[in-house]
Design a protein around this ligand. Structure first.
Ligand code: PLP
Length: 474
């Protein structure tokens, strides 16, 4: 209980449980604040003002010795927290590759927080585990992956890459009689890891976490769109992990899986696909051909929080032979349940975890096949409109706009960086900078379900204005 340092007040509030009535009032107030926040998205600048960020001071400082009422805590959050957020829900946020959050996924997230389920084992939450099972099967079908493929919902594609590569590491070393989970990597037979020059930095980080080495990789040259060159692929064998990419984080391009996978399979290599957002193109008949061949892989990493707009944190790892993932992830403690069913704990790096599968289930259920296809098609069409509008204004688009990603140069690196800073400060929309094959560029990622044609035209006008105000391109 409260120590001698606590004030008498704090002691009394600690011992008095909130009534059901005051809890209901608090939650209604929180819902009201959330709804007001969302309703304000049209007037709020996308990037918060410097004043709003400075005012976060009110939330800093040491932990008070005694309690604060939940109502006051909520008021602090809304008064100081809300204004200093980045307004990602507006449909005019094009930073990184960030989706929005579908209303059904948001509502499910509220409910699942109230349920407070621990989704480690079925016995802890039949609802959470059942919905995760169903959602994983839906994702497998939507991405066109082989029957029997399974995995888990994890925090993001970084952990999905990590988990899939742990399964690969297990299987390849098991083949040569090495138990990597028991004995580690010291003295183990070598594994070759082959990646494209344009592999995502999170995949490289995952290799480091697994002891496979960030630098200890064979890098395959790429073409002008960032696609792995099939003619430059090194010889592969059964001790090789080949990492392909579906959806380059800058250009949106896809490695030529249909050219690469048959030979890699023949050689016995483990093929892993980082398809954080791009793999979802498989859902649209118009874009599906971009993903052809990726179904031949052994493992896949993708995100629910990017193109499907599920809200954070929602990564998905899928493995053709789930027993390899289980061997890498199961904690095998005697006191924990064993059995036939897919216990999430045995298929992901965590034990206690949020019931993330519930939001994934809710978001996908609300979309259906056609809703997901519509997001892919609509955001890609918005991206084409951005490219066309920027070209018409005299700026250079650096990539073939195959899906939802656009890279634009406004002139010299300084001019492009200056334009990005001006655009971000203006607050009409938000885009970040990147370097694409040695060129400084602004990246436009249209990933939110909420982006409308009007958002695109407003944002396009703001981009062109920012570039012109920056002066003539040097
Ligand atoms: C975003 C992204 C990642 C990392 O995903 P997180 O969910 O942020 O961990 C990995 N690979 C690619 C291609 C990505 O676009």
């Amino acid at each position: 209980m409260a120590g001698s340092g606590a004030s008498p007040n704090s002691h009394s509030s600690l011992s008095s449980q909130p009534t059901a009535e005051s809890r209901a009032a608090l939650l209604k107030r929180a819902a009201r604040a959330a709804i007001d926040y969302l309703d304000g998205e049209d007037v709020r600048p996308v990037a918060p003002s410097a004043n709003a960020v400075a005012a976060l001071k009110a939330l800093q400082g040491p932990l008070p010795p005694g309690p604060t009422s939940p109502e006051a805590v909520l008021r602090l959050l809304d008064e100081y927290g809300s204004p200093a957020t980045v307004a990602k829900t507006s449909g005019r946020y094009f930073g990184f590759v960030n989706g929005g959050c579908l209303p059904a996924a948001l509502a499910a997230s509220w409910l699942v927080s109230a349920w407070d389920q621990n989704a480690a084992f079925y016995v802890q939450s039949p609802t959470a585990i059942t919905l995760e099972d169903v959602a994983l099967e839906w994702v497998r079908e939507m991405l066109g992956l082989p029957a029997g493929t399974s995995g888990a919902v994890v925090t993001g594609a970084t952990m999905a890459n990590f988990s899939a590569l742990a399964a690969a590491r297990h299987r390849l070393l098991e083949r040569v009689g090495w138990d990597v989970e028991a004995d580690g990597l010291f003295g183990a037979p070598p594994i070759t890891v082959v990646v494209g020059e344009e592999a995502h930095s999170s995949l490289i980080k995952a290799l480091g976490l697994l002891g496979l080495g960030r630098k200890r990789v064979v890098r395959v040259p790429v073409d002008a769109q960032g696609r792995m060159r099939a003619d430059a692929l090194p010889p592969l064998d059964a001790q090789t992990i080949l990492c392909l990419q579906a959806g380059n984080v800058n250009s949106g391009s896809f490695d030529p899986a249909a050219d690469l996978c048959p030979a890699a399979r023949q050689a016995g290599a483990w093929i892993h696909v980082d398809g954080a957002f791009g793999l979802w193109a498989a859902v649209s008949p118009a874009y599906r051909k971009l993903t052809s061949g990726f179904e031949l892989a052994d493992s896949w990493a993708t995100d629910g929080h990017k193109w499907p707009n599920i809200g954070y944190d929602c990564g998905i790892v899928l493995v053709r032979d789930p027993s390899a993932l289980r061997a890498a992830m199961s904690i095998e403690a005697a006191y924990l349940l064993q059995g036939d069913r897919r216990e999430p704990s045995h298929y992901n790096p965590e034990l206690s975890r949020r019931a993330r599968g519930v939001e994934l289930w809710a978001g996908l259920r609300s979309l259906g096949w056609s809703g997901m296809a519509a997001i892919v098609e609509r955001t890609s069409s918005h991206a084409r409109r951005f490219a066309e509008g920027l070209r018409a204004a005299g700026f250079e688009v650096l990539n073939e706009v195959v899906i939802n990603q656009v890279l634009v140069s406004f002139g010299s690196p300084e001019h492009t960086l200056g334009t990005i800073a001006r655009l971000q400060a203006n607050g009409a929309c938000w885009c970040g900078g990147t370097v694409w094959q040695g060129r400084t560029a602004m990246r436009i990622s249209v990933s939110s379900w909420a982006t409308t044609k009007d958002d695109v035209e407003r944002s396009l006008a703001a981009m062109i204005k920012a570039a012109r105000e920056q002066g003539p391109p040097a």
